[in-house]
Design a protein around this ligand. Structure first.
Ligand SMILES: [Zn+2]
Length: 267
């Protein structure tokens, strides 16, 4: 459906056809066939974000042999109401919790870019930093946050870091990581251009793809529970199980529990 180098200014008719095709794809609920486990980069704003919305998929792909790298853009150093907490101590706690979660999921590598929590902005400097990461890891598949989600329902305003993380990741993937002449200083460092083949936008309001995580749901819960500073007294089981069950119900054929995405196969 998407031709290579999709037009910068699509005509209205083709945009409308695209929208319809996505609807149809959502109804068909067919998860795209993957060529087999490859390299996967999971690029998110905060420690624990990925555990909520895509860690069942991560656990499944890792079990199937994918080489998964997590990239955390911020250090999560604002996620506490404890008046005695310091930024340094919280950042250290959250890094340790993220590493523990990744160990549960079978993630091979965790990179912390260490930007301050709640301050993330999609700048050219951040784009360059992420292009450096992408050209180094050279992922076939990227999972990242959907930058178009501004709010959900009447009770959730999406965090600005989540939107910025999604924006900068997509902007780094296309066209900056792919194009030889963009950021020539990276080429001078020996970082050759890299083309990401697939993107899964997590937390999308218009998902068209679901991944069956039925066999990995308990692993997802265990990974979430590793974020003890964020869970507090709250047990994620009932709520997260409910989301996964509802997602599976919306995408027939995706098992008892599923995670959903807006999917792109890039030419
Ligand atoms: Zn977050």
């Amino acid at each position: 459906m998407s031709e290579s180098h999709q037009s910068e200014t699509p005509s209205q008719p083709s945009a409308a056809v695209d929208a319809e095709s996505f609807e149809t794809a959502a109804e068909a609920a067919a998860a795209p066939e993957r060529a087999g486990p490859g390299r996967v980069a999971v690029i998110f704003a905060h420690p624990d974000d990925a555990e909520f919305i895509c860690s069942g998929t991560v656990a499944r792909w890792a079990a199937e042999g994918a080489q998964v790298t997590y990239v955390l853009l911020t250090n999560g150093d604002k996620g506490s109401d404890d008046p005695t907490m310091t930024h340094e101590r919280l950042a250290a706690i959250r890094m340790a919790e993220q590493r523990a979660a990744c160990a549960v999921l079978g993630v091979a590598e965790v990179l912390f870019l260490g930007h301050p929590d709640a301050m993330l902005v999609n700048t050219l400097d951040l784009r360059r930093e992420l292009v450096r990461v992408i050209r180094t890891i050279r992922p076939d598949t990227v999972i990242c946050q959907d930058p178009t989600v501004r709010y959900v329902g009447q009770s959730y305003l999406n965090h600005p870091d989540h939107r910025a993380a999604g924006e900068v990741t997509l902007d780094a993937i296309y066209p900056a990581a792919r194009d030889r002449m963009t950021f020539p200083e990276l080429l001078a460092e020996g970082l050759e251009p890299h083309k990401v083949a697939e993107v899964y936008l997590a937390g999308s309001e218009s998902p068209d793809t679901a991944i069956d995580i039925t066999d990995y749901f308990e692993t997802k819960l265990a990974a979430l529970r590793a974020h003890r500073s964020q869970m507090g007294e709250w047990d994620p089981d009932a709520e997260v199980r409910g989301w996964a069950r509802e997602t599976a119900a919306r995408f027939p054929g995706s098992g008892e529990y599923a995670e959903s995405y807006k999917y792109f196969k890039l030419d």
